[in-house]
Design a binder for this molecule. Structure first.
Ligand code: ATP
Ligand code: FE2
Length: 328
C-alpha cells in the first residue's frame, strides 16, 4: 500500500510517498525563503501553489509509481498558516477527486511525532517536539498525545529565526546560528526560563539583542543562546521522563536537526540508562513523508474525510486530535 502525503503548513511545500512499512519511496520538497524578514503567509502560499504540480510529478517519478498505485491522499489539516494550509488542502482534494482515492486529514504535529516514532522502533517513547511554531514535551495517554510541557510564548525555531533576522540575517535562522555557535566558546549570561515543564523564550530574545548591541562576539552569542535554550529543553524533557517513568525519547521537528540539541538530550537520557533517537534531518524538517505515514496509520484506523468537509484547522493543537491507531 502506498499513501501520498501533502505538507504545506508554513514555509515548505512537500509531497511524500510512503509504503505501509514506512519506506519513503519518493519525497520532493521546496522551501519558500523570503529575501528579507519572516514568512509572509500569502507569499508562501503563492510559492506552494506554483511548486505543487512539479513536486507531485517529481515524487511520483522518483517512486516509479502511477496514480493507480496510490491508495489514499493525506494532507496537513493544521496547525499552520491559513493561506498555506489552504494551498495544500486544495491540491489534496484535487488529487483525491481526480484519482478517486480517499482523503485523510493529518495533524502536522502528530506527523512529526509518528515519523520519529516509527523510525526509532520504540513502542511508547516520550517526545520532544522542537520546531518553528511548537516546543512541546509529549507522551501518549488514553487515546491521544498529551502535552506535558510546552513553550508559553513562541516556539524555539521561531525564536532562533527571529533572533537571526534581528541580527541582520535571513530565514531560516536555526541552521545559520548553529554554524555560528560552533565557533563560540564563552558562555554569556542569558535568562534561563523554565517553569515546571514549561519554557519561555521572549525574554532571552530581548537579552540576546541587548548583548549584541553591547558588541559581544556573534559566535559567543550564538553559542550561549544554544547552550541556554537547549539546556532548558533538556531539563523539561528529563523532568517529564522522571514523572512519566519512561526511558526512551525521540526528537522531532526542524530544531531536532541541531547537533548540540541532539547531543545534550542524548547525554541526559543515556545518563539515566535510557535511549534517545532522532530521525535523519530530511525527516525532522517539514516533509510530505511524515504526512503520508501518519495518513497510513489513520486510514488503517478508519479515518477519512469527505472532500466537502475537509476544512483546514489553523489552530489544531497536538492534544486536540485523537490517535485511534494507538488504542489497538
Ligand atoms: P511547526 O512544526 O511548529 O509547525 P514548522 O513546520 O515551521 O513548525 P519545521 O520545519 O518543523 O517547522 O522546523 C523549522 C524550524 O527548524 C525553523 O525555525 C528552523 O530555523 C529550525 N531549524 C532547522 N534546522 C536547524 C538547526 N540545524 N538548528 C536549529 N534550528 C534549526
Ligand atoms: Fe513542522
Amino acid at each position: 500500500m502506498v499513501i501520498l502525503g501533502i505538507e504545506s503548513t508554513a514555509h515548505t511545500a512537500s509531497v511524500g510517498l510512503v509504503s505501509e512499512r514506512a519506506e519513503v519511496l519518493g519525497l520532493a520538497s521546496d522551501m519558500y525563503r523570503p529575501t528579507k524578514g519572516g514568512i509572509h503567509p500569502r507569499e508562501a502560499a503563492n510559492h506552494h501553489v506554483e511548486q505543487f504540480p512539479a513536486l507531485v510529478r517529481r515524487a511520483m517519478d522518483a517512486a516509479h509509481l502511477q496514480p493507480s498505485d496510490v491508495e489514499a491522499i493525506a494532507f496537513s489539516q493544521g496547525p499552520g498558516l491559513g493561506p498555506c494550509l489552504r494551498a495544500g488542502a486544495t491540491v489534496a482534494r484535487m488529487l483525491s477527486l481526480a484519482w478517486g482515492r480517499p482523503l485523510v486529514p493529518v495533524n502536522h504535529c502528530v506527523a512529526h511525532i509518528e515519523i520519529a516514532r516509527v523510525l526509532s522502533g520504540m513502542e511508547d517513547p516520550l517526545l520532544l517536539y522542537a520546531s518553528g511554531g511548537n516546543t512541546q514535551v509529549i507522551a501518549y495517554g488514553r487515546g491521544r498525545y498529551r502535552v506535558l510541557g510546552e513553550t508559553l510564548d513562541i516556539g524555539i525555531g521561531n525564536f532562533l529565526d527571529k533572533l537571526w533576522i534581528e541580527l541582520g540575517g535571513t530565514f531560516p535562522g536555526g541552521p545559520a546560528l548553529e554554524a555560528e555557535a560552533k565557533r563560540g566558546s564563552e558562555l554569556l549570561v542569558l535568562p534561563y526560563s523554565v517553569h515546571g515543564m514549561d519554557v519561555t523564550f521572549s525574554g532571552i530574545l530581548t537579552a540576546a539583542l541587548a548583548l549584541h548591541a553591547r558588541g559581544v562576539p556573534l559566535a559567543d552569542l550564538a553559542y550561549s543562546v544554544e547552550v541556554t535554550t537547549y539546556s532548558m529543553l533538556t531539563e523539561i524533557t528529563e523532568r517529564a521522563l522522571a514523572h512519566r517513568r519512561r526511558d526512551t525519547v525521540v526528537l522531532g521537528g526542524g530544531v531536532a536537526c541541531n547537533e548540540r540539541l541532539r547531543t545534550m538530550v542524548r547525554t541526559m537520557v543515556e545518563a539515566r540508562g535510557g535511549t534517545m533517537f532522532a530521525p535523519p534531518r530530511s525527516l525532522c524538517v517539514d516533509n510530505g513523508a511524515m504526512i503520508a505515514w501518519t495518513g497510513y496509520l489513520a486510514l488503517r484506523a478508519g479515518v477519512t474525510i469527505p472532500v466537502e468537509e475537509s476544512v483546514i484547522e489553523p489552530r489544531q493543537r497536538t492534544d486536540l486530535v485523537l490517535a485511534p491507531w494507538r488504542t489497538g
